[in-house]
Design a protein around this ligand. Structure first.
Ligand SMILES: Cc1ncc(COP(=O)(O)O)c(C=O)c1O
Length: 381
């Protein structure tokens, strides 16, 4: 049945993507390249021996899946321990673990927003936030990236009773930070609720490493904190941290929570061990940020714009989509994994190599990367 109108439309859109250098494909597994600039395991904890040992003892003899939605049956004793640990870390009354960060965003937003809710959304927020908004049917109001004047002017025109401001705290492609104190101030002025996505900040910012909310002291003014267990924590899952009332609400109304199977026991053990490790080793996040700041300066000195990055995520801007692909291939041939990021993930004209700085990079690795970036620049000016 590959001659139906639907099938033909699908073929056309793939052909179009290919002709625009926007075709994506799943990477096949290969032995790890010698230098990995693509990983979200920012603290390099995925193969930390101490964590693996701790996770093994937490796992006991069970590694299997949860085997049902958590509302049907909870098969892992570790859920409670993990949620307790997250709530303690985030200094909130409670926490709720979802199957992924994506599922957390979609489930939280779909549950709390109705057609009458206005959602003020930073233009560069993650796709899962937009998908939650679409699913909820609420009114989407996008404001310019990190532009508080734009946010204020939009809020000031509103007659809606329910307003929700949503922002990533660290932006996944640009590596800059949201001005949380300013957002909170505007929220108070216009009586809006605030939700933040800490995906790329969890484990890195703050004395205790819980995220940018902790680092900026905005805990008391942000009702909905969402994070992932899949980046610096190197595991799988997403979470909400906040009041018990909201947790109860999500357990009852978040469709991605209610209608999906829980995580495997082994996976819960790994992230629980990772959070405990991070809390026992304060300063890991700060070391990462210091390392990233030096690397970013060197990339700039090699002639690349890094936009407003001030975190471990360093965009390295090139002239076109094709150039991003070519540079990524050039690096790959030298044993370096560095993904090309192109529209529609980023705006037209801002194609890039996304460099993820992490604690697994050695000084030699960094020097190799910088030398190659310089070499590329010289031959493409
Ligand atoms: C800002 C942000 N939020 C949410 C997610 C989704 O998290 P997960 O990969 O755990 O589904 C991502 C993943 O890339 C992200 O970058």
């Amino acid at each position: 049945m590959n001659n139906t109108p639907l099938y033909e439309r699908i073929e056309r859109s793939l052909t179009e993507r290919k002709s625009q250098s926007m075709f994506r494909s799943v990477k096949t597994f290969s032995d790890r390249q010698s230098i990995d600039l693509s990983t979200n395991s920012y603290l390099a904890l995925h193969d930390n021996v101490q964590i693996l040992d701790d996770a093994r003892s937490l796992t006991g003899t069970t590694v299997c899946g949860n085997l049902a939605s958590r509302l049907v049956a909870e098969h892992s004793s570790l859920y409670q321990m993990l949620e307790h640990e997250i709530a303690d870390w985030e200094k909130t009354e409670s926490a709720l673990v979802f199957s992924s960060g994506y599922a957390a965003n979609v489930g939280i937003i779909q549950a709390i927003c109705t057609r009458d809710t206005e959602v003020y959304c930073d233009r560069l927020n993650h796709a899962s936030i937009y998908d939650g908004i679409a699913l909820s049917g609420c009114k989407l109001i996008r404001y310019r990236h990190n532009d508080m004047a734009d946010l204020q002017s939009r809020l000031s025109l509103s007659h809606a009773k329910e307003k929700l401001i949503i922002t990533d705290t660290v932006f996944s492609m640009d590596g800059d930070r949201a001005p949380l104190a300013d957002i909170v101030e505007l929220a108070q002025k216009y009586c809006a609720t605030v939700m933040v996505d800490e995906a790329h900040a969890t484990g890195i910012f703050g004395q205790d490493g819980s995220g940018l909310v902790e680092a900026t002291g905005t805990q008391d003014h942000i009702d909905i904190r969402m994070g992932t267990l899949s980046k610096a924590l190197a595991g799988l899952g997403g979470y909400f941290a906040g009041t018990k009332l909201l947790r109860d609400y999500f357990v009852n109304f978040s469709r991605s929570f209610v209608y999906s199977t829980g995580l495997p026991h082994a996976s819960l053990a790994f992230t629980l061990a990772t959070i405990r490790y991070i809390r026992k080793h304060p300063g890991l996040g700060q070391s990462l940020l210091t390392k990233a700041s030096t690397l970013r300066e060197k990339i700039q000195m090699a002639g690349y714009s890094t936009l407003d990055s001030s975190t471990q995520i360093i965009p390295c801007i090139v002239k076109s989509k094709d150039e991003a692909l070519l540079l990524s291939d050039f690096l790959k041939n030298q044993g370096i994994t560095a993904p090309a990021i192109r529209p529609p993930t980023v705006p037209e004209g801002l194609s890039r190599i996304r460099i993820s700085c992490h604690l697994g990079l050695t000084e030699n690795d960094e020097q190799t990367v910088i030398d190659l970036l310089k070499q590329w620049k010289k031959s493409h000016e």
